[in-house]
Every structure is written in C-alpha cells, then in structure tokens.
Design a protein around this ligand. Structure first.
Ligand SMILES: NC(=O)c1ccc[n+]([C@@H]2O[C@H](COP(=O)([O-])OP(=O)(O)OC[C@H]3O[C@@H](n4cnc5c(N)ncnc54)[C@H](O)[C@@H]3O)[C@@H](O)[C@H]2O)c1
Length: 244
C-alpha cells in the first residue's frame, strides 16, 4: 500500500532535477504521475520508467495548460495533486536586466504557477479537493544579488500561495509553498562545492530526493497545513553566525 494509491499527480518541469525526483517518489507511493515539461525525450523516458505519462507543456502558455489538463481529465482522470515545479534562473543584475529577460523569468516562474493553479482548481473542487505544491526557493524568503527577476518571481510564488490558499480552502484544496536552498540539479551544475554552503548549519548542497520527501509529506500527511512555507535549505536562511 502506497501513501498515494489511486491519486493522479501532475509534476511540471518533471523531466529533470527536483521535478524528476518528485515524479519518482510520488509514483513509488502509488500515484499515477503525469510528467509535464519542454524536454520531451527525458520526460517520456522518465514517465515510461515509472508507469506514468508524459505531456509536453510550456507552463507559461495558457492554451497548452488548457489542452493538457483536458486531455489528462479524459484519458486518466482528474488531477488530485499538482506540483508547480518548473522554473528557470537568470543571473542578471537589476540595472542591466532586459525587459524581455524579466518577462521570461516571471512568465515561467510566477505566471506559470498561476496558470497551473487556475487550470486545476475547478476540477479539484468538483472532485472534492486536492493539493497544490508551489516550488519557490530561499529566493522567496530573502534576496540575492544578480537575481532580481528570479527573486521577484519566487517571492511572488510565496504570496500567490497564500492568496490561493485563502480562495480555495472552502473547496478543500490545500496550497503550500516549498523553499529549497541549493540543490544538486542541472540548474546548479558547477556550484556543488560552492563556498556559500560552508556557512550553513548543514554545510553541503542538498539532494533532489530530500526535497521530494518533503513534498511527499506535504501532499500525503500535512492535512492541517495550507498557505504556508516549508523550507529545505540546510539552514541557509536561519540567520548569521557571529564570530564575537
Ligand atoms: N536547484 C536549486 O538549487 C533550486 C533551489 C531553489 C529552487 N529551485 C527551483 O526548483 C525548481 C526545479 O529546479 P531544478 O533545480 O530541478 O532545475 P532543472 O533545470 O533541473 O529542472 C527544471 C525543469 O523545468 C523545465 N522547464 C523549464 N522551463 C519550462 C517551461 N516553460 N515549461 C515547462 N517546463 C519547463 C526544464 O526543461 C527542466 O526539466 C525550479 O522552480 C527552481 O527555480 C531550484
């Protein structure tokens, strides 16, 4: 018996990194997982390996969301669990960030989460409820230099999570945000040994599976939690060490 037997979960950005770890763990706990991504070959291979389905989905595209959710609804069933995980990063200082770059980051990281919530809300409500996990970042808890669009998008995800939890609570839909610190994925390639981890209470990079386990807990067990933040960052955001 798995914790998620009979449930249907859609994971955006599920072809790689944390999304792939989420997809594997949710499937191992019995969920039928739809891997949704732009990276078709990797996503299809992963879906095949976990007995799930792959669907091409650009999370910033309203039309694609409508088509994918309608298709999943008719071919598999209604989505019980949505993991809004897809995201991109752009290292640009605020003073020289092009509007096009800003809009691209906000479009995927923030508008993509909004479109995801909106696309599943009605069918979750009709089915009696559901759970939505929005993957933010420690960049949604504090600021970072050279990451203005990313930080703005991730704070936006944190705020949107609270507003959505308030709107959807009456429909038995929980909405929570997850805030990973540095995690070993293609997004952080080359940063595994970064000095920034040395000052953390847990002085190492995190693994995607460590975040997936938190997400499984939120989906399956955290039945009295909604609208709030769950941080998995090795303690990076707890404070500063004072050498006095
Ligand atoms: N890796 C970290 O240290 C870290 C830390 C905090 C938060 N995050 C967040 O975690 C999430 C997953 O990141 P990751 O590190 O696993 O990155 P990753 O680059 O390994 O995976 C991201 C996935 O999202 C997909 N994607 C990109 N744009 C998309 C779009 N428009 N539509 C659908 N899919 C798209 C990519 O193809 C890729 O498969 C992101 O939201 C990221 O911002 C990452």
């Amino acid at each position: 018996m798995g914790k998620l037997d009979g449930r249907i979960a859609l994971v955006t950005g599920g072809s790689s990194g944390m999304g792939a770890a989420d997809a594997k763990l949710l499937a191992a706990e019995g969920a039928r997982v739809i891997v949704a991504d732009l990276a078709d070959d990797a996503g299809q291979a992963l879906a095949d390996s976990i007995g799930g389905l792959y669907r091409h989905l650009d999370v910033s595209d309203e039309t694609q969301w409508k088509a994918v959710v309608a298709d999943v609804d008719t071919t598999v069933g209604h989505i019980d669990i949505l993991i809004n995980n897809a995201g991109i990063v752009a290292f640009t200082p605020v003073a020289t960030t092009e509007l096009e770059e800003w809009n691209r980051v906000i479009g995927i990281n923030l508008t993509g989460v909004f479109l995801g919530i909106r696309s599943v809300a009605e069918s979750m409500k009709a089915a009696g409820g559901g759970v939505i996990v929005n993957v933010s970042s420690t960049a949604g808890i504090m600021g970072y230099s050279n990451l203005s669009a990313y930080v703005a998008s991730k704070w936006g995800v944190r705020g949107l999570t609270k507003a959505a939890a308030l709107d959807l609570g009456k429909d038995n839909i929980r909405v929570v945000s997850v805030h990973p610190g540095g995690i070993r994925t293609p997004m952080t390639a080359g940063m595994e040994g970064s000095a920034m981890y040395a000052g953390q209470p847990i002085p190492r990079i995190g693994e995607p599976e460590e975040v997936a386990k938190l997400i499984l807990y939120l989906v399956a067990d955290a039945t009295y939690s909604t609208g709030t933040e769950f941080i998995a960052d090795g303690g990076a955001t707890v404070g500063q060490v004072l050498n006095v």
